[in-house]
Design a protein. Sequence first.
Length: 278
Amino acid sequence: MLLQIHWDVNPTIFRLGPLAPRWYGLLFALGFLIGFYLMRHVFQREGKPEEDLDFLLFYLLGGTILGARLGHILFYAPGYYLSNPVEIPQIWEGGLASHGGLIGVVLAIWIYCQRREGQPFVWLLDRLAAPVALTGSFIRLGNFFNSEILGLPTDLPWGVVFERAARLRRGVEAVPLHPVQLYESICYALTFVLLWWLYQRWGADTPRGLLVGLFFALIFGVRIVLEVFKRQQIHFGTPLPLGMSMGQLLSIPAVAVGLWLVWRALRSTSISPETSSA
């Protein structure tokens, strides 16, 4: 007998006049908060000025939000937003693309590093890889609370019936679906564990580019695989190559860059426990 999990959680935590915090926003903020404390540990360990973290957080928040919003507009619905420009800043209505967020974060870090000595670009990308993976895990959990980014129907025992989505959206039936948001959240959390363990083991001796390379390869490799279980979010007029989704197509360059960074890091440095730093 199929055990159906029925999910019918209001994405708004509570309402108090105009105040209406949402689970997505809470989890998004929690990811950044935990990431901030992880980076404080990194800066303390490697003797970097902790006061720079406030500026770094500002750059990361700006890069993430602007990049994710512009990525959604450019990659998924340019025609719609050109016809409805007043909706472009309405991020509370949804519409943030992870690939755009990645580009925004990388650009923000590059700008930040131009103003800071002793914090090279790739060095900082390596140190941020684990916290960003953890934040991504929290964000996908937020998507689950929002009943968005839905999977395809499944007869597996952990299939989830998204009751709220079925009531509010056309084309969404009250049948068990793959909880792809949770699949991604778990995979990103495991990626965080691996990256943080590697950094804790080798610290400042971690080969330059290894952690961010693994981040790109694993995070976006997972994205390519799990897109198979997702409902198509946007219907494009022209089919994409090989029947791929936009998420898969955009992930391929990220995986390629990640594998190249890992190859370069391992080729240029010999890793051994004896070279680990305190």
